[in-house]
Each structure stands twice: as structure tokens, then as C-alpha cells.
Design a binder for this molecule. Sequence first.
Ligand SMILES: Cc1cc2nc3c(=O)[nH]c(=O)nc-3n(C[C@H](O)[C@H](O)[C@H](O)COP(=O)(O)OP(=O)(O)OC[C@H]3O[C@@H](n4cnc5c(N)ncnc54)[C@H](O)[C@@H]3O)c2cc1C
Length: 460
Amino acid sequence: MSTTLAGGRAARRQTMRRIRPRRSPAAVLLLAVGAGAAGVLWLWWRNTPSIADDTGRVLGAGRITGLLAGYLMALVVLQMARVPALERRVGSDRVARWHAMSGRYTLCLVLAHIVLTMWGYTLQAGRPVTDIVRQTIDSVTELPDLGKAAIGTGLLLVIGLLSVGGVRRRLGYDTWYHIHLLTYAAVFLTFWHQISDGNDFAVEPAAQTFWYGLYGTVTALVLWYRVLTPVRLNLRHRMRVEAVIEETPGIVSVLISGTKLHRMGAEAGQFFRWRFLAPGMRFSSHPYSLSAAPRPGMLRITVKAIGDHSSRLRELQPGTRVWAEGPYGALTAQRRSRGKVLLVAGGVGITPMRALFETLPGAAGDLTLLYRANSTQDLALWDELAKIADERGARLMYAVNSPDGERPDISPESLRRKIPDLDRHDVFLCGPPGFAQSVYEALRGAGVPARRIHHESFEM
Ligand SMILES: Cc1cc2nc3c(=O)[nH]c(=O)nc-3n(C[C@H](O)[C@H](O)[C@H](O)COP(=O)(O)OP(=O)(O)OC[C@H]3O[C@@H](n4cnc5c(N)ncnc54)[C@H](O)[C@@H]3O)c2cc1C
């Protein structure tokens, strides 16, 4: 590991308030979700007089999977409503992982619901099981709202297939994102058959009220946080591109001016989804972290060109209108539980780390930043980092490949050699998934408890 240490000048000593980390409400939320699922099963139990024969058992299983799919579908949409309590306290990347996982379960439950219900209807009609396709066509064409539900299910299937890792990477973010928006249409189309005549909700008024309440609340949250809140934010702060600065080959910083930007409630370590109203970019909004602490009249992002959107930022002209949604993300000072902090950045993962390095309260010697890049030429923002380290008495280290391309050693031993009291640090980590995983394992091996490793991924 190559190392430079910066520090020495009278460091800015900040009064450390007692550090009380904010606990993630993840466990409570999972309990609430489990309680909701149990309530849904209880509803089925209440409305089921007997499951004496095969037909009753198959239809019962069909109803259970359908109820759970409907419940989970509402949660899948809720997870993407960008509710600040979820985004800031649980973390956007974790919520996104929950969303992807719930989406997969929902799709499996929907498919199981269709097969079991149609199988049950086939038995009920006294037809042989081989007639299940014919029965399905009859049900879709004859039963109320099933035609809409079939179209919705088709959309869900397409979205699910396009979200599979390899397919999704080939699509590019923009295409995938816009196709993904069709989830709202799919949920809307499948909703109505859930409350049609003969279903659990039609015979149980209290349950119907609960179901309308669940879907109504989710719809209201989506409208509030994904539509009205961004409109208000952008009308109030009126952001524009101020300048575009090349940091290293392939990495640019975009300075964004606006009014009262410090009132946006953004913190170092957070990100916004940015839409630049320039020709060809109006319909794309991409997440980029703040690479400097927010100032009253200026925000800054720093972006590595890897695809269409990120490569076009260098062409932005001063004065271009900017539309932002956020702030999102939980990789902030509020996660901290210790006086000493190690920040670890891999590549362009330096952006939130740079903002935290500047702003995390701490006395001289409390903060250390380890920056991993391929070569010293790739260390974007290095001069600024060195200046911050110098002013704050913080340690700044880099780890780059050797001239023959060998990767630096980031192991429990090498980390402990550089930072002997590492196990008494909080660690903030941001970088590509492979790098983040190997650093996480090295940190755990060096004795840092999992609860003190705070990680945010740039994966979407
Ligand atoms: C919370 C968050 C914060 C981020 N902050 C920053 C930041 O401060 N600076 C910065 O440069 N980038 C950041 N990113 C990543 C950035 O959003 C993407 O690089 C960018 O949106 C890619 O869009 P594109 O149109 O340029 O590439 P696309 O054309 O969509 O993709 C080009 C290729 O890159 C792959 N790809 C796209 N996005 C990612 C990704 N996030 N991770 C890995 N591979 C990807 C695609 O699968 C495709 O193969 C952040 C991402 C997230 C989720």
C-alpha cells in the first residue's frame, strides 16, 4: 500500500458533541411487514369455512398467494416512494435491495396465484387438469377485471425479466428506468380484480377498507414525495449549472448554483437524482453524490464518465437549468458512533467521502481517509483532500496499483499496520461492489464490528 500522510498544521479543533448514532429502524419495519402479512393470512382464515376437498385446498392456496402478492405489491411501490424516513434512516441502497427482493417474491407469488387459482377453477368446473389453459382463457374473458389483471401481470413479467442482472446491465440505466416506471401501470391494472365481487375484500367491509387504505396511502406517498416534493424543491431553489471543471481525464465536477441551497436539508454524504434540462438530456435523471459540503449558493457533484449520461455532463453549458430530486441517502454523520473515523473510497466512490472528510466533526488525528485508485493520475480531487487533511490534522493515504499492475494489499494485517487502533473506529465505505466487499471483509478481519461499517453502494 503506497502511503502519503498529510497533517501537521494547527488542526481545526471542533467541539465533539456526545455522539449518539441514529439507529436504523430496519428491524422494526421488518416486524411491521411480518405483522401485516400475518393479518392478511388471518383474513383468509376468517373467510374460509372449510378446505375439506382437493378443490378447496388448491383454491385456498391460490387465495393465500394472491393476498400475499397484493400485499407485497403495495410494499414494493412504497419502497420506491422515496419516503425520507426510509431513504435517510434505512439508506437508499438498502431500500433498493429490499425493493428488488420484494419484487422477485411478488412475481413468484403472482405466478403461483395464477397457476393455483386456475387449477382450482378447472377442478371446480369438473374439467380435466389438462384443460387449465382453456379454463384460464375462459376466466380472463368472462370474469370481472381479470382482463386488466392479465395485462398487468404481463407487464410485471416483462419488467421482472428485464431486471435480471445481465439483461439490465446491457440495457443501460435510462432504458431500464423508464421501462421500470410501467410498474405503476401494472399495479393499477391488477388492483381491481382484488376487490371484485366474490373476493375476500368484497365480502369483508373492514378488510376492504384496509385494502383501500393501504393502496391509497401508498399512492398518496408516491404523489407527495415523487411528484409534489420535487416540484416544490425546484421552484424554490431554481438551480442552474454554474461551471463544469475537468478534474482528471474522464472525471468532471459540475458546480450548481441556486437560491438558499443550504435550506434543502442536504448533508455531506448524500446524493440527489439530477436532471439537466439540456437538449438530449431532459428525459434522464441519474443519481450523483455531493462531492463537497452544500454551501448556501453552490452544490457540487463529481462524475466519472462510464456511459451515455455521465459522459455528456462535460458538454453542459453554464446557465443550463437543473432539476434535482433529493436529498437521499443515509451515509451521513448521523451514522457515526465513535470519535475516530476511517473513510475508505474506491475510485469515484471518493465523492461522498470527500464531503464527509471536510465536514465530519473531529479533532486532529480523529479522521483518516484511505483512497484506492488504479494510479496516482486517477486520484480525482487529490489536491483538495490534501488541503483538508492539512487544515484538519487528518491522515490521508492512497493505495494504487504497482507499475506492473499489481493490486495493493488491503488486508486485515496491512490495515492494522497503518491504523493500529482500527477496531475503535467507525468506517464509512464507498466504492465498486467488488472493492467494497473485499474491504468489508478485511475490516471485519481487523476486528471492526459490522455495525460500525457504514456502506453505500453506487449500484442502482
Ligand atoms: C446513490 C448513488 C450515488 C452515485 N454517485 C455517483 C457520483 O458521485 N459520481 C459518479 O460518477 N457516479 C455516481 N453514481 C453512479 C452513476 O449514477 C452512474 O455511473 C451513472 O448513472 C451511469 O449512467 P450512464 O448513462 O452514464 O451509464 P449507462 O449507459 O446507464 O451505463 C453504462 C454501463 O455502466 C453500468 N453502470 C451504470 N450505472 C452503474 C453503477 N451505478 N454501478 C456500476 N455500473 C453501472 C451499466 O450497467 C452499463 O454497463 C452513483 C450511483 C448511485 C446509485
